[in-house]
Design a protein around this ligand. Structure first.
Ligand code: CP
Ligand code: NVA
Length: 298
């Protein structure tokens, strides 16, 4: 039987996604360290890019559940010396129970999944960051209840996080307002998939109106460091400040996947202010991924 993978939020049904979110909240509230459903199981974690939250949350989650995690970097394995992905996927999956990858190219994760005999989890690619969305949605459900029918504003880069927000809007039935500089829109295939649930705005202020959640991300993602100067110019009207927050619903939340750059995509006043839930959002990576691991492996 083919293993179940988590490459995108669309790999789950809407019901399964809601089930994982609710289970994450339950696991967080119970904090039962005696519950060890993954005793003896091993997660291999392949990181082509840096990480704080993703690495620690997966590793800690596996330990909480009685298992363990292996950190593998291309620099220290044959992956970095050109061993074919399909060979690596077959070999690694013959020795572990699950594989998480953070890669430069989305195709690396999909190829790995094609040849892996165990579940493959997308820990971020240039196109998607579905694990972050599990945590973001868990956080919204905790603070405000179900997100169905609400309006979320994505302001900033039409990047991997934005694409995953489009998927979340499709799966959980919320409206997504998007305000990106014209040259930084999400790829056409994601726009088409989002259909009527997504709406584009010329300014951050217009996108924020009626929103229950304002979300942004860095202007320069990992791998785009050479574009920093040009991006700072392109995104200068897309900073989340108190004017943007005041245009949203009065009880609107602010989220950011972190790491953040205060003074660039968000002011200190907002990210460190009362509407910001960025630290519970970060902690929820742990709980949401434990619920995901349980769903995929138990
Ligand atoms: N948000 C997120 O994925 O953080 P890391 O890059 O630290 O894993
Ligand atoms: N868009 C960012 C997210 C980091 C968690 C990046 O890809 O670098």
């Amino acid at each position: 039987m083919n293993p179940r993978h988590f490459i995108s939020l669309l790999d789950l049904s809407s019901e399964e996604l809601r089930q994982i979110i609710n289970r994450a909240i339950e696991l967080k509230n119970k904090r039962d360290r005696d519950y060890q459903p993954l005793k003896g199981q091993i997660l291999a974690m392949i990181f082509e890019k840096s990480s704080t939250r993703t690495r620690i949350s997966f590793e800690a989650g596996m330990v909480h559940f009685g298992g363990s995690a292996l950190f593998l970097s291309p620099r220290d394995t044959q992956l970095g010396r050109g061993e074919p992905l399909q060979d690596s996927a077959k070999v690694i999956s013959s020795m572990v129970d699950c594989i998480m990858l953070r890669t430069n190219n989305h195709d690396t994760v999909t190829t790995f999944a094609q040849y892996s005999s165990v579940p493959v989890i997308n820990g971020l690619t240039d196109q998607l960051h579905p694990c972050q969305l599990l945590a973001d949605m868990q956080t919204f459900f905790e603070y405000r209840g179900d997100i169905k029918g609400k309006t979320v504003a994505w302001i900033g880069d039409g990047n991997n996080m934005c694409n995953s927000y489009i998927h979340a809007a499709m799966q959980l039935d919320f409206k997504l307002h998007i305000a990106c500089p014209p040259d930084y829109l999400p790829q056409q295939s994601y726009i088409e998939a989002g259909g009527e649930r997504i709406q584009f705005f010329d300014t951050a202020l217009e996108a924020a109106k009626d929103s229950s959640l304002i979300v942004t991300d860095v202007w320069t993602s990992m791998g785009q460091e050479d574009e920093q100067a040009i991006r700072e110019l392109a995104f200068r009207d897309y900073q989340i400040d108190s004017t943007i927050m005041n245009a949203a619903q009065t009880d609107a939340l602010f989220m950011h996947c972190l790491p953040a750059h205060r003074g660039e995509e968000v002011t200190s006043e907002v990210i460190d202010g009362p509407q910001s839930v960025v630290f519970p959002e970060a902690e929820n990576r742990l709980h949401a991924q434990k619920a995901l691991l349980e769903f995929l492996l138990c």
